[in-house]
Structures are given as structure tokens and as C-alpha cells.
Design a protein around this ligand. Structure first.
Ligand SMILES: NC(=O)C1=CN([C@@H]2O[C@H](COP(=O)(O)OP(=O)(O)OC[C@H]3O[C@@H](n4cnc5c(N)ncnc54)[C@H](OP(=O)(O)O)[C@@H]3O)[C@@H](O)[C@H]2O)C=CC1
Ligand SMILES: O=C(O)C(=O)Cc1ccc(O)cc1
Length: 454
């Protein structure tokens, strides 16, 4: 009989057995946080081929027990979490789901819930509860204060209470959604955000340039673009492929992003400054109108970002660095297109920020807001887009990249996605360590400094 009302301080015999199937980056992070907080019965596995290695790794661990496969974990656990690739969730649940302990609760950590829901409904026995979850941050970000989606799908209230109790030590902010609601929100936040940063990376890689080393992309908003792009390409490709390709809502957003990018570029080529300005002002008013103006900005100052730049500012008159906010004029096509896309789809990004923002989404919205809420900065970008050809070649690459990513996701090919992703990742690979450190520090600093994040 499960005791639902427990804490990590409860006596050993009353504690639930917690199972994790898939000990990759996220499974490992969960096992670590849950064991550190005092949960004493944690059972984990990965593929049977990794059993010995995993067992050695946790040989001296007092509360994490490595088992051979998902059958063994499922048989013993009162709460089992699948933390495997979204692409494989059906196959893995089909295999281990029928072994789930009578009356247990099952969750998935996958970033896209449509396939997870289908797999759970198809393969889990009727006497098993379904309360799923999703931490809206990567494995190197502290879970404290980050959104953690909980989905009570087929379960009584006590089952949800137990899941809350088990996961409370992560100190994340619980967000209650349905499977379907989850996929709509994450299509609007994660999927289209990743499309923007993936396209930046592909564009730079195709120009064979490390943008922070050319003198054009060294500070302020550019720091965010570079650090987040590198952060995404240093993560696992399947995470992004899964949440874009398998989320039924994501394609519309990603397609619109590519469309916005192309249409704005055509206005640039036609030197249609009034047309571009009118379109950008209309998008700004729709996205950042009344609601945006009421709240404190996400980025209080662009200068805070310069601390995390991988490059050096171009020197001015022989001094070590340029004074604040003297970055070369840039069209910021990727950000103009993002706001245009939100406007075209009627997406209210601040509503999503309050519900379930990932750190990367917060950064993208932060820099977009920074650009659009200053008439001077927005006008400078529009002027540069039409009259300054410094970035034109990169903008062209960006248009091609955005369209290419959109098609790849529309065609639903994991293989093509992996090839595109890995080609760019390989180009930037040597810089990942440095970028991960800078990116993590930057995200934390923004979280700490932004009233909107608290
Ligand atoms: N990384 C991130 O930023 C986040 C990821 N997520 C989601 O969490 C899930 C896990 O992601 P992440 O940890 O990053 O990915 P990883 O690739 O690091 O981990 C997945 C692990 O599951 C293993 N696995 C696959 N099949 C089985 C099986 N039959 N039995 C046991 N283990 C198996 C994989 O083995 P193998 O490599 O051999 O296939 C791998 O070790 C994904 O669905 C992802 O979308 C959610 C939030 C953030
Ligand atoms: O913040 C982001 O968008 C990330 O890139 C990290 C991430 C990836 C997958 C998730 O399901 C949740 C967070």
C-alpha cells in the first residue's frame, strides 16, 4: 500500500520506491537531486548494455541502486519515470510498461507529450496511474525556481500529491497542464525558439565564421545570440528533433518563422524602408503593446550581457573596449522575424513566459523586447536592414537556414535533422566548453537580475 503523504524525512519503510528508466543527462540529474534531498529508494537503469558501467558508477552510492533493465525498475517502483528519447518512447513503454507495479504511478520526462500519452494509454495496465512531468530546463541549469510541468492524466488526487511530494525537493515551480496544453505551450515557446537559434548557427557555420571572432558579434544582444546558439548545439540533437518533429503544433510556428524571415528579407532587398517599418511597428504594437509595457523588462540592461561575451569589443581610439551600446548596426533579422512571427500567429509571448518559460525562451523574448521597446534601437535595426550591407550576406544565409530547418521539420525526418544539426555542431564543437560556462553564468545572472523571473 503506497503512503501518499510522505517527505524525504519519512521513515525508510514508508518511502516510495522511485524508478528512473533512461540514465542520460536528465535521468542522471533527477537521480542526483532526489537522492541528495533524502529519498532513499531510487532504482535506475539504462539500456541493458550499459548495466555494468552504470553499476560501477553508482557502486558506492547508498541510495541509488542500478538495475539491469526497465522490467526490473518497473516491477519495484511506486513511481516510475521514463527519461528516454521522445523518438523511442513508444518502443520503450511497449517493452517495460506491462511490468509496472500494481497501483504505481508512471511519468515521462519527454519534451513532447503526444507520443508519450499515446504510448502510456496503449501499453500501461489499467491499474496504473499516469501523472506525467517535464522540467522546462536543461540538465546543467539549476532546477530551483524553474517551471516543472505536472500532468494529472489518469490518476486520483492522491497520486498527484505523491508526485508533488517526490519532486518538491527540486524546488521547481509546479505548472499544471494537460498533455495537449503542454504541447501547445511548448510549440509556442521551445520549438520556434530553437528554430531561430538553430538557423543562426547554420548561417554562421555556412559562412565558416565564429561570429564572436569577426568583430561584428561581440557584445550585448549578440552575446545572447552566440551563447544560446552554442548551448543548443552542445546539447543532444534528439532533444530538439523530438520536440519539433513529434509535436503536432510545432510545424505551424516554425513554418511561419521561416515565412516571416523570407518576407522581411524581400523588403530589405527591395529597399522598402517604409514597408518594413510599417510591418515592424504593427508587429511591435501587437506583441509588446499594452501588456508588455506594464511589466518590467526581462533584460534590465544590455551591458550586463557583455560580461558573458566570448569575444572582445572592437577597440575605440586605442582604448580596450568600446563604450556601452556602440555595437555595429545590425539588422537583427532573426529578432525582427521572431516578433513578426508572434504577431502573425497571434501569440502573446508574455502569457507563455508566465506559464512555462524555459531559460532560453526567456532570453529570446528578453532580447526581442530590448530591441522592440526602444524606438531608437528598432529604427536603427530597420535602417541597417535596408541601407547597411555589412550583414547582408549573413542575413541571406539566415533566410536559407530558416527555410531549411522548417522543411526538415515539416518532412519529419530524424535522419536529416541529425545530419543538419551535427554538421553545424561539429563546426562549433571546439568552443562548447567555454560557451557552456559563459551561457550558464549568463542565464543565472539574467534570472537573478530580472524581476520578471521571480
Ligand atoms: N536535455 C535536455 O535539455 C532535456 C531533455 N528532456 C527530455 O528528457 C528525455 C531524456 O533526455 P536526455 O537525458 O537529455 O537524453 P539522453 O540521450 O542523455 O538520455 C536518454 C537515455 O535513455 C536511454 N535509453 C534509450 N532506450 C532505453 C531503454 N530501452 N531502456 C533504458 N534506457 C534507454 C538512452 O540510451 P541510448 O543513448 O543508448 O539511446 C540514453 O542513455 C528526452 O525525452 C528529452 O526530450 C527534457 C528536458 C530537458
Ligand atoms: O531551454 C531550452 O529550450 C533548452 O534548450 C533546454 C531544454 C530542452 C528540452 C526541454 O524539454 C526543456 C529544456
Amino acid at each position: 500500500m503506497i503512503n501518499y503523504d510522505v517527505t524525504p524525512d519519512s521513515p525508510y519503510e514508508e518511502q516510495p520506491a522511485i524508478g528512473v528508466i533512461g540514465m542520460g543527462a536528465m535521468g542522471t540529474m533527477y537521480a542526483k537531486y532526489l537522492s541528495t534531498s533524502g529519498w532513499k529508494k531510487i532504482y535506475v537503469c539504462d539500456q541493458p548494455t550499459k548495466y555494468e558501467t552504470l553499476r560501477e558508477k553508482y557502486a558506492d552510492h547508498p541510495t541509488i541502486t542500478v538495475l539491469r533493465d526497465g522490467h526490473q525498475v518497473s516491477r519495484i517502483s511506486d513511481f516510475t519515470m521514463y527519461s528516454v528519447e521522445a523518438e523511442f518512447i513508444e518502443r520503450v513503454v511497449a517493452e517495460y510498461g506491462p511490468s509496472t507495479k500494481y497501483g504505481a504511478i508512471v511519468a515521462g520526462q519527454t519534451s513532447v507529450k503526444a507520443p508519450e500519452k499515446a504510448a502510456f494509454e496503449k501499453y500501461l495496465p489499467d491499474d496504473v496511474h499516469i501523472v506525467s512531468c517535464h522540467s522546462l530546463h536543461g540538465p546543467t541549469v539549476s532546477p530551483v525556481g524553474q517551471p516543472l510541468v505536472l500532468i494529472k492524466h489518469r490518476a486520483p488526487d492522491e497520486a498527484l500529491m505523491l508526485v508533488e511530494n517526490i519532486l518538491r525537493p527540486l524546488q521547481s515551480r509546479f505548472v499544471y497542464l494537460s498533455f495537449e496544453g503542454h504541447d501547445i505551450v511548448t510549440a509556442n515557446t521551445q520549438a520556434v525558439t530553437h528554430a531561430a537559434f538553430l538557423s543562426m548557427g547554420t548561417a554562421w557555420a555556412n559562412e565558416r565564421e565564429y561570429p564572436w571572432e569577426t568583430g561584428h558579434y561581440v557584445g550585448g544582444i549578440e552575446t545572447v545570440k552566440v551563447n544560446i546558439m552554442l548551448r543548443i548545439y552542445s546539447n543532444k540533437w534528439h532533444v530538439y528533433a523530438g520536440l519539433a518533429i513529434l509535436n503536432p503544433s510545432a510545424r505551424v510556428q516554425i513554418d511561419q518563422y521561416a515565412r516571416s524571415t523570407t518576407e522581411l528579407y524581400k523588403l530589405m532587398l527591395a529597399a522598402d524602408e517604409p514597408g518594413l517599418r510599417a510591418r515592424m511597428y504593427a508587429a511591435r504594437d501587437k506583441v509588446f503593446g499594452a501588456k508588455g509595457a506594464e511589466r518590467a523588462p526581462i533584460l534590465l540592461s544590455e551591458d550586463i550581457l557583455d560580461r558573458f561575451s566570448l569575444g572582445r569589443r572592437p577597440s575605440v581610439n586605442g582604448s580596450a573596449g568600446a563604450p556601452p551600446n556602440t555595437h555595429p548596426a545590425n539588422s537583427h533579422l532573426s529578432l525582427l522575424a521572431m516578433v513578426d512571427c508572434w504577431a502573425a500567429l497571434g501569440i502573446q509571448p508574455f502569457v507563455h513566459l508566465d506559464i512555462a518559460a524555459t531559460p532560453i525562451y526567456r532570453m529570446l523574448l528578453g532580447v526581442s523586447e530590448y530591441l522592440f521597446r526602444s524606438p531608437a534601437r528598432l529604427d536603427a535595426a530597420i535602417h541597417a536592414a535596408v541601407h547597411d550591407t555589412t550583414y547582408r550576406a549573413n542575413d541571406l544565409e539566415f533566410v536559407i537556414a530558416a527555410r531549411g530547418w522548417s522543411q526538415c521539420i515539416e518532412f519529419g525526418s530524424f535522419e536529416l535533422y541529425q545530419r543538419r544539426f551535427m554538421e553545424t555542431a561539429t563546426f562549433f564543437e571546439s568552443r562548447f566548453d567555454e560557451a557552456t560556462k559563459a551561457g550558464t553564468a549568463m542565464l543565472q545572472a539574467i534570472m537573478d537580475s530580472s524581476p520578471a523571473a521571480r
